[in-house]
Design a protein around this ligand. Structure first.
Ligand SMILES: CC(=O)N[C@H]1[C@@H](OP(=O)(O)OP(=O)(O)OC[C@H]2O[C@@H](n3ccc(=O)[nH]c3=O)[C@H](O)[C@@H]2O)O[C@H](CO)[C@@H](O)[C@@H]1O[C@H](C)C(=O)N[C@@H](C)C(=O)N[C@H](CCC(=O)O)C(=O)O
Ligand SMILES: Nc1ncnc2c1ncn2[C@@H]1O[C@H](COP(=O)(O)OP(=O)(O)OP(=O)(O)O)[C@@H](O)[C@H]1O
Ligand SMILES: N[C@H](CCC[C@H](N)C(=O)O)C(=O)O
Ligand SMILES: [Mg+2]
Length: 482
């Protein structure tokens, strides 16, 4: 494609510059090849503009930037180069799955994306999901580095999925992704909001800024006439609904306070729950085969997205009875030889930890145990995590969870301040096996924070580690000893 075709007529390029053929796009100078367009993006650590000359030396034939500069190749200066890059990447890669939707919120995105994919598949569509656990499509699973990939990677993936015949895609929109305009080139038929609570305040200046980035999905990315599916049970849902209405979006509200899909009741039945859902005056009864009321919320958001893209409630709601949880989301990982269930969950925010422990409390006739830590170089709500664990469980073991560049013992100390009587076992495998050694009949154990993850990041090294493997190893050891 030519540069003119990629940037569109509004850029007002000279005829010669507009006619330049573009062989590829890169936002990292080290990835530039001859004939590429280099996007020089201002970042957290440095400014891509510093590498523009290097990119041209490597063969870049044009540079996209926020300011004009003299680098020996035409420079297209635009006010928001990250957004322009996304629009360019969309044009460069071309195809996208015809029906693409995005879900945002602090917690529940991965679960909603997985549920939406399953509900579409059950309805006969070639469906995929894309987010924290990777791209999951009929051709398998591909692991990703980011929840919401950078636009060049994203549009390569979207074109690949469309080429493979995928017609329906549910994407996770992270707050980093929305702020950095990674999704601005995606054509979205509907968007969903799960909930919002504290997270990522290492990156966003304030909670309001974090919330504002999430709102971009509704105020800037979805076009008027598209549908916003909103879980009305979160404190800030009304603000999301107001913003969506102002944009001219259709509202499909769900949850206990929802109108389109109203959760009338949720009764625990073993490791499942019987839901009554009201839609248009009719009650639907479904046995949702998942633990945790938040999964009922996520299931209704997913059902809302599937309805927003063409299905009827009669078709979708009975399919909730077949949903499978995303890996490591309140997943029953095993049972100790005393008969105590062990759950693995990805709760890594105070709200998620509270909800996960609340969900497990009904299963604990005796004590509820939790093993968890907090990530290094991420949100500092560590005392809040400790307070949630102390308030909602009976035995707390604080351990490590991706300390990254921080001192793991210092992270644990910040959590333990809020956990009177909390135990500290830095090594995560030891913490898990010690908890499994302690639980007895009537107890329940929650291992929280890593979910599907397969590594422990210490410094810049990723040591292979999985909570699933650690639980399995401890159970095998226990069985041998017992
Ligand atoms: C904090 C954050 O989100 N950073 C992202 C951001 O980096 P940055 O722009 O700040 O990068 P920078 O290092 O300052 O460099 C500025 C620019 O110079 C370029 N550069 C740099 C060096 C060089 O030699 N040549 C060169 O061209 C870089 O490619 C970059 O475009 O833009 C980069 C490229 O677009 C991203 O890869 C990078 O993600 C980092 C790696 C990251 O870890 N992000 C995480 C926190 C993240 O995005 N997480 C979310 C949420 C997770 C969740 O809640 O589920 C996610 O969506 O995964
Ligand atoms: N609707 C919800 N409300 C509150 N907590 C939830 C909800 N859904 C999931 N959780 C909690 O949040 C954890 C993460 O869930 P999930 O992976 O679906 O969310 P996410 O938004 O994709 O998270 P991330 O941004 O880290 O990828 C779960 O393991 C659970 O503890
Ligand atoms: N997806 C989130 C959660 C990571 C959870 C936890 N395991 C950690 O490493 O902090 C993030 O990248 O911030
Ligand atoms: Mg996710």
């Amino acid at each position: 494609m030519t540069l003119g075709e990629l940037v569109g007529p509004e850029a007002k390029l000279s005829a010669a510059v507009a006619a330049l053929p573009i062989a590829g796009i890169a936002a990292d100078s080290r990835e530039v090849k001859p004939g590429f367009l280099f996007a020089a993006l201002p970042g957290v650590n440095t400014d891509g503009a510093r590498f523009a000359a290097d990119a041209v030396a490597r063969g870049a034939v044009a540079v996209l930037a926020s300011e004009p500069m003299d680098v020996g190749a035409p420079v297209i200066a635009v006010p928001d180069p990250r957004r322009t890059l996304s629009l360019i990447a969309a044009r460069f890669f071309g195809a996208q799955p015809e029906t693409t939707v995005a879900v945002t919120g602090t917690n529940g995105k991965t679960s909603v994306a997985a549920f939406t994919r399953q509900l579409w598949s059950d309805g006969g569509h070639a469906a995929a999901s894309l987010g924290t656990v990777g791209v999951v499509s009929p051709s398998g699973t591909k692991v990703l580095r980011h929840t919401t990939p950078d636009p060049i990677e994203l549009h390569g993936l979207l074109a690949g999925l469309a080429g493979d015949g995928v017609t329906h895609l549910a994407l996770e929109a992270s707050s980093h992704g929305l702020q950095q305009r990674r999704l601005d080139g995606a054509v979205l038929k509907a968007g969903a909001f799960t909930n919002i609570s504290r997270d990522h305040l290492d990156y966003h200046a304030s909670f309001e800024d974090y919330f504002a980035q999430k709102l971009r999905l509704f105020t800037e990315l979805l076009q008027p006439g598209a549908t916003a599916v909103i879980d009305m049970d979160s404190a800030e849902s009304a603000r999301v609904a107001d913003a969506a209405k102002q944009r001219g979006l259709e509202i499909l509200s769900v949850g206990r306070a929802g109108e389109t899909l109203r959760l009338v009741s949720a009764e625990i039945e073993g490791f499942a729950q019987r839901l009554e859902i009201e839609h248009a005056g009719k009650i639907y009864a479904v046995l949702l085969p998942l633990v945790g009321e938040f999964q009922a919320s996520n299931a209704l958001v997913a059902a809302g997205l599937v309805m927003a893209t063409g299905a009827s409630a009669e078709e979708v709601l009975p399919r909730l009875g077949q949903l499978q949880g995303a890996t490591g989301r309140l997943e029953l990982a095993g049972t100790s030889h005393y008969g105590a269930p062990i759950f693995i969950d990805y709760a890594h925010t105070p709200d998620a930890l509270t909800k996960a422990l609340d969900s497990l409390r009904p299963y604990a006739d005796k004590r509820l145990f939790v093993v968890f830590g907090c990530g290094g170089d991420r949100d500092r709500g560590r005392p809040q995590m400790g307070a949630a664990a102390a308030a909602k469980s009976d035995v707390v073991i604080v351990t490590d969870d991706n300390p990254r560049s921080e001192d793991p013992a210092a992270i644990r100390d910040e959590i333990l301040v809020a956990v009177p009587g909390g135990r500290e076992i830095g090594d995560r495998a030891t913490a898990i096996s010690e908890a499994i050694r302690m639980i007895r009949a009537g107890d329940v154990l929650l291992v929280a924070g890593k979910g599907h993850e397969t590594g422990q990041t210490v410094g810049t090294t990723v040591i292979p580690f999985s909570d699933h493997d650690a639980v399995a190893a401890a159970l095998t050891k226990g069985a041998r000893l017992g």
